[in-house]
Design a protein around this ligand. Structure first.
Ligand code: NAD
Length: 461
């Protein structure tokens, strides 16, 4: 969505999707200028739409099933607050460069905004808006007292030195001080950011406040009040979601074949945990391509190998090179897309042969692809359920920080497992009762909870 087309572009951005107008939904307005630049890593040529349009289509479907009134739908479709900030940085060679940063607080009815910060060259307001909306639903679905938020800076982090990234993060954080905080909006890591980013953010925030504020971010290092178990939490959640889906299908986890797209903070540990549960992980990939071994990859060895090399997966001696597109079409039991939005789209969904797609990434399946997968009887465990382990343990970290009382790794893991299985069971029960896919059921539960919170609070003034 660009600034020139945004105000009246509802029909355009939702072309080919379930009819949002029928449910009273139009795409929100944007004030952003250079947002629709090249999106080189998001290949969905056959579907001229954006993550925000996909999120709107999902909301539309849930709202229709819940028979929400038009005003409530508009309330849920519209971000509460959107910020676009300039982030000037002095490069190591003395040049000044001005980057663009964003933060969207989608809905605050159930609590403060919660959501990651992304550093990626394709970040724009449309993407951040969609990610913030998905966070609202995710937090409501798993029952943590947050609304949804998301932020990001449009940059390629690999093109900047460590000191440059620190200056960028601190400048962005200083712009966020008035609008974030433990009671208003709590950032966390996402694509291209990590514990160190959160440490810089928290230090900048705390310096402005004049005292240490551990609850200002989650996903921070243990030495600053991070939580045990947060680092692998999203991936453990992916594991629990996979186990729950296999259990429901009366399938043993041992020997199940798995392919994982994306080998970052979510994908790599997810591959490792599934491998350790007895799955045969036959392929993994990152942005440069992947490695495949039909007999199963030695994932512990691969992770150690990956952490040491420059172009590692392609050259891994324990497997053969495979492209991302080939990986998505492998005949496996479980496919875990754990990279970016739109990986499975109208142009390649029919090639997916996995019986289960467990969405580690946010928005990896477009609505058009979703329809194809449903038609092929592929069970899709949706992102707002499958990758909710991250925000679940972020919530645990926030609670620990507010109380200055810290839990053991075992306590964190047990609570996460209980929460993930309970959420899966709730979604699965609604899916069975209403005869809808897991994604629709998950959105119905989540959207219904946020709508109820809006209703109970009423409209001010
Ligand atoms: P990351 O930056 O650590 O890793 C991203 C991985 O995706 C990298 O291996 C990268 O090479 C790969 N990748 C990027 N573009 C690709 C492409 N076109 N094809 C194949 N691989 C590609 O990011 P992350 O934190 O692991 O996040 C991955 C996804 O999970 C995102 O959608 C993110 O929003 C979602 N998520 C992350 C968390 C979290 O706690 N980090 C929580 C919930 C959801």
């Amino acid at each position: 969505m660009s600034a020139t087309q945004a105000p009246d572009a509802g029909a355009e951005v939702t072309a080919g999707l379930p009819d949002p107008d029928e449910a009273g939904i139009s795409a929100p307005r944007t004030t952003e200028g250079p947002g629709e630049r090249d999106r080189p890593l998001k290949a969905a040529p056959a579907e001229p739409s954006t993550p925000c349009a996909w999120a709107m289509a999902q909301l539309s479907e849930a709202a229709r099933s819940l028979r929400l009134d038009e005003g409530t739908i508009q309330l849920l479709a519209t971000p509460r607050r959107e910020f676009t900030v300039s982030v000037p940085v002095r490069r190591d060679d003395g040049r000044i460069e001005v980057l663009t940063g964003f933060r969207v607080q989608h809905n605050l009815a159930r609590g403060p905004a919660k959501g990651g910060i992304r550093y990626h060259p394709a970040v724009d307001l449309d993407e951040i808006r969609a990610l913030a909306m998905w966070m609202t639903w995710k937090c409501a679905l798993i029952g943590v007292p947050y609304g949804g938020g998301k932020g990001g800076i449009r940059l390629d982090p690999s093109a900047y030195s460590g000191p440059e990234l620190e200056r960028i993060t601190r400048r962005y954080a200083s712009e966020m001080v008035p609008i974030t905080g433990p009671e208003t909006d709590i950032p966390a890591p996402d694509v291209g950011t990590d514990e160190q980013t959160m440490a810089w953010f928290m230090d900048t925030f705390s310096t402005h406040r004049g005292h240490t504020v551990p609850g200002s971010v989650t996903g921070k290092p243990l030495s600053l009040g991070g939580s045990h178990g947060r680092r692998g939490a999203t991936s453990r959640g992916v594991l629990h979601a996979t186990l729950a889906a296999l259990r429901e299908a009366s399938l043993d986890v041992r020997g199940r074949t798995v392919a994982v797209q994306g080998f970052g903070k979510v994908g790599a540990p997810a591959a490792l945990y599934l491998h350790r549960q007895g799955c045969r992980v036959v392929a993994v990939s990152d942005v440069q391509g992947g490695t495949h071994n039909a007999l199963g990859l030695a994932v512990d060895d691969l992770v150690a190998y990956y952490e040491g090399g420059a172009n590692p997966l392609a050259g891994y001696p324990g497997g053969d090179h495979i492209t991302n597109e080939e990986l998505l079409g492998l005949d496996v039991d479980v496919l875990v897309p754990a990279a970016l939005e739109g990986a499975i789209h109208g142009g390649n969904a029919d090639a997916v042969r996995a019986r289960f797609v467990v969405e580690g990434a946010n928005g990896p399946t477009t609505p058009e692809a979703d329809a194809v997968l449903n038609g092929n009887n592929t069970i899709v465990v949706p992102d707002i359920l499958a990758n909710a382990g991250g925000v679940a343990v972020s919530y645990f970290e926030w609670v620990q920080g507010l109380q200055a009382y810290y839990w053991t790794e075992l306590q964190v893991d047990n609570r996460l497992r209980t929460l993930m299985f309970r959420a899966y069971d709730e979604v699965s029960a609604v899916a069975a009762e209403r005869r809808v896919p897991l994604r629709t059921a998950a959105h119905m539960i989540a959207v219904g909870r946020v709508a109820e919170a809006e209703r109970a609070r009423g409209l001010y003034p």
